[in-house]
Design a protein. Structure first.
Ligand code: GLP
Length: 239
């Protein structure tokens, strides 16, 4: 027997109202009205207000600062499972992409990366480490390995923009698809410092082997995304 739909509670209604306020009128960092003001304005108890805010907080739409109030969170970045570059991801969200190059060196591929790139462990690869930014905020720490046989001289080119755009314009390598795994991890102190967040904060580790239009493995990369700013969205359908 079908059950009757649950009537929205006062907490549901207030949460909905605050959700609209956050989406339409407030900006990240703005302060929400106080619990007392909300309780008065809606004719509900402060407990109801607190419950509604608890739910917004667990949806990560707001955060509380002891003694100061409740504030609107930065907009989380939802990544779809489409094959994109970091630069494309940021542009599609209206954010300015940026890169801080940490180092770029030639190293032997080694067994694991060599295997993924179908080259010998002694073959040289460019190892490029970058902090990726969105509107100047560090979002992701990225280490890419690119076979130098496919991209000779890569390390002499400016590496502060889009790596994929550079590979396409300079070497006619068009990254087109990837094998990718995503798992949860925590940030080591050095990683947290580079991402300007707390040590041991949660992060998403994305490991990618990318292939070009000719099916050649052209990059093995590890990207560490801040867990408080990223989520992945996957469309699924019944097989
Ligand atoms: C994503 C991928 C990386 C890739 C990067 C290229 O972040 N996870 O493997 O290196 O895109 O982005 P861009 O072309 O902006 O350097």
């Amino acid at each position: 027997m079908a059950t009757a739909p649950r009537q929205p509670t006062k907490t549901d209604q207030l949460k909905e109202h605050l959700y609209r306020l956050i989406s339409n009128q407030l900006r990240p960092g703005d302060k929400l009205p106080t619990e007392r003001d909300l309780a008065e304005a809606f004719g509900v108890s402060r407990l109801t207000v607190r419950r509604a805010i608890d739910r917004l907080e667990s949806d990560r739409l707001v955060f509380r600062v002891q003694g100061a109030g409740t504030f609107v969170s930065e907009r989380p970045i939802t990544k779809t499972i489409d094959f994109t570059s970091f630069t494309e991801d940021m542009h599609s969200r209206g954010l300015a992409p940026g890169s801080r190059l940490l180092d770029a060196v030639e190293v032997p591929a080694g067994a694991r990366i060599g295997f993924a790139l179908s080259i010998s462990p002694a073959d040289p690869v460019a190892r490029i480490r970058r902090v990726r930014m969105a509107d100047n905020t560090p979002m992701c720490l990225e280490t890419s390995h690119v076979p130098l046989a496919l991209a000779p001289g890569l390390l002499d080119l400016p590496l502060d923009g889009s790596l994929y755009a550079l590979m396409e314009s300079q070497y006619r390598i068009r990254p087109e698809r990837a094998d990718q795994t995503i798992r949860a991890t925590v940030l080591e102190p050095e990683e947290a410092e580079l991402l300007q967040t707390m040590p041991l904060s949660p992060a998403l580790l994305v490991e990618r082997t990318a292939f070009d239009q000719r099916g050649r493995a052209i990059e093995v990369a590890k990207s560490l995304y801040r867990g408080d700013r990223y989520s992945y969205q996957i469309a699924i359908e019944r097989a």
